[in-house]
Design a protein around this ligand. Structure first.
Ligand SMILES: Cc1cc2nc3c(=O)[nH]c(=O)nc-3n(C[C@H](O)[C@H](O)[C@H](O)COP(=O)(O)OP(=O)(O)OC[C@H]3O[C@@H](n4cnc5c(N)ncnc54)[C@H](O)[C@@H]3O)c2cc1C
Ligand SMILES: NC(=O)c1ccc[n+]([C@@H]2O[C@H](COP(=O)([O-])OP(=O)(O)OC[C@H]3O[C@@H](n4cnc5c(N)ncnc54)[C@H](OP(=O)(O)O)[C@@H]3O)[C@@H](O)[C@H]2O)c1
Length: 251
């Protein structure tokens, strides 16, 4: 199979002046929820490719990717110029291990995301298996401003379909938070605010935690969980924490 498949843009959803979702169709190999693929465009004679997590569930043929325009980022500025009918290159196979097969069973699955990293969790929540494996699921979306709390309709539909099982907890860090928790996820774990809001203990015996997005958040959240006796999941040594970061930690 060739390295790239040519997909066709169906729609570019605009959430804010920085946040967009690209919907496209393409003849790709089935992927596992939580995985990413690569999107590419030819820019100034060069093919520029970057990894993006699938937002759609694996059974949905309308592929969706949620991204933020990064200042001086080579690809994202071009992705927002795409229109319905335009071609876009996509790697035909999903990749990565941020998938439920790598996460042991538990009573509660905590899904902790910053910014665009809510995407892989929406994909996982659009499978049957996640609802069979975990009694409770807590989806956390941490953003800078309230307008960045996107995908309301999709989340409302999931909450309506699984009212006893699913909770959604939002964090807003840089303005009045309204109904969301003010601040950052690791602080709210350390001071008990996240568990208090969920009404569920976050502890090794009963919880699995998936963390995705900003590498600083992944690092700091892993550290507070490790201080509570939770450990990273390894194939030969199951633990409680499974992570994926969207860029390299420079701190
Ligand atoms: C496994 C994996 C999955 C990814 N999935 C997504 C996704 O679903 N949605 C998405 O928006 N990005 C995702 N990314 C990041 C994405 O691949 C690009 O790096 C990003 O879209 C910027 O591309 P760029 O060419 O404009 O700039 P780049 O040169 O790739 O990035 C420049 C800098 O921008 C910052 N940055 C990159 N991505 C983000 C981001 N998402 N949020 C905040 N700051 C960022 C970092 O500081 C990075 O060094 C993923 C990355 C990895 C490794
Ligand atoms: N969102 C915007 O309006 C905006 C504007 C200009 C540029 N950008 C650029 O766009 C990119 C993505 O922005 P984004 O807003 O999606 O993502 P982001 O910067 O990763 O912020 C998302 C959330 O993660 C939190 N966070 C950051 N570091 C953390 C840590 N170590 N521990 C716990 N939580 C942490 C942030 O809190 P804090 O707010 O406390 O950091 C915020 O609530 C960045 O490269 C940024 O430079 C974004």
């Amino acid at each position: 199979m060739s390295k790239w498949v040519e997909g066709t843009v169906v729609k570019l959803r605009r959430w804010t002046d920085k946040l967009y979702s690209l919907q496209l169709t393409a003849d790709i190999v089935p992927f596992t929820a939580g995985q990413f693929t690569r999107l590419a465009m030819d820019i100034d004679g060069e093919r520029v490719a970057r990894p993006y997590s699938f937002v759609n569930g694996p059974d949905n043929p309308l592929l969706e990717f949620y991204f933020i325009i990064v200042t001086d980022g080579p690809l994202t500025h071009h992705l927002i110029n795409l229109e319905a009918g335009d071609p876009v290159f996509i790697a035909p196979r999903g990749a990565g291990f941020f998938v439920l097969d790598e996460v042991p069973e538990a009573d509660t699955l905590w899904m902790l995301s910053t910014g665009t990293a809510i995407g892989p969790f929406l994909s996982i929540l659009n499978t049957d298996v996640v609802w069979q494996r975990y009694k409770k699921i807590v989806l956390v979306h941490a953003v800078r401003t309230r307008e960045e709390l996107t995908y309301h309709e999709e989340i409302e539909a999931l909450l309506a379909a699984h009212p006893e099982q699913l909770q959604m907890i939002a964090f807003v860090s840089r303005e009045d938070a309204g109904l969301a928790i003010q601040g950052r996820v690791p602080d709210a774990i350390e001071n008990g605010a996240l568990e208090a809001r969920a009404g569920i203990p976050l502890m090794a015996g009963t919880s699995q935690v998936m963390i995705c997005g900003n590498p600083g958040m992944v690092r700091d959240t892993s550290a507070v969980l490790e201080a509570r006796g939770m450990k990273k999941n390894k194939r030969r040594e199951p633990g409680h924490i499974t992570t994926e970061q969207y860029w390299k930690d420079t701190d």
